[in-house]
Design a protein around this ligand. Sequence first.
Ligand code: ADP
Ligand code: MG
Length: 250
Amino acid sequence: MPHIVEARGLTVRLGGRVVLSNLDIGVKSNTISVIMGPSGSGKSTLLRVFNRLIDLNPEAEVSGVVRIMNRDLYEWNPYELRRHVVLVQQEPTPFPNLSIFDNVALPARLNKVAGSRGELERLVKWALESVMLWDEVKDRLEKPPTILSGGQKQRLCMARALALRPEILLLDEPTANIDPANTVKIEESLKALKNDVTIILVTHMPHQAARVGDYVYILYGGRVVEEGPVNDVFIHPRHEVTIKLLEKGG
Ligand code: ADP
Ligand code: MG
């Protein structure tokens, strides 16, 4: 089966420093692929490559092959790519001056995902329902996102991403600073969403990986040192880095 996201021999230098080193990864459609690894192993950089954000850094040198939806990364128009492949960063950053509704609606409208007011309203409701936020905000859609808790803000950012109807959702430690109740809602949402979207999730929580993940990739020193179905890797870890990550728990 072809991979929806694939990197072969990917090497990234930032300011002369090797951050990703001859990395290979292949991600299948409609799965939740989890990326784990110690701090500094290159997880965020890998997501940024897939979103073509590394090009923004004039000090970045990239080599190897990256294919997204069967097309070379550098054949994609970056703006078009970022409608199909959406990155949600660790720190939730809703637009502070837009209402909750417009936070979700505006990028979708600008990208012509929905045109009429009715279409847009249905899309916003679907996106907010997808992250279990609709009931919590439906009476406050015109309020600014500053009224929301951290976990609600993170789910709002996920809804904003989903309203673009992307094929691929990249999540960089989405529950790192979030309370357990919001974490459960995010995990439940992801499990339901994988029929619609391929998810690449960076997490440092083995329990989370076990609860939601199909495949896991262990990064160390900028390369994948171990990978496989989550259950196989977690029950029979082979690499010492994996064993250490699992011992730490989460
Ligand atoms: P992770 O997300 O796994 O913690 P990162 O991808 O953020 O790791 O970073 C991997 C390594 O690359 C780190 O050692 C970090 O210091 C380095 N790095 C990240 N961005 C830059 C940059 N712009 N210039 C130089 N080094 C960088
Ligand atoms: Mg990171």
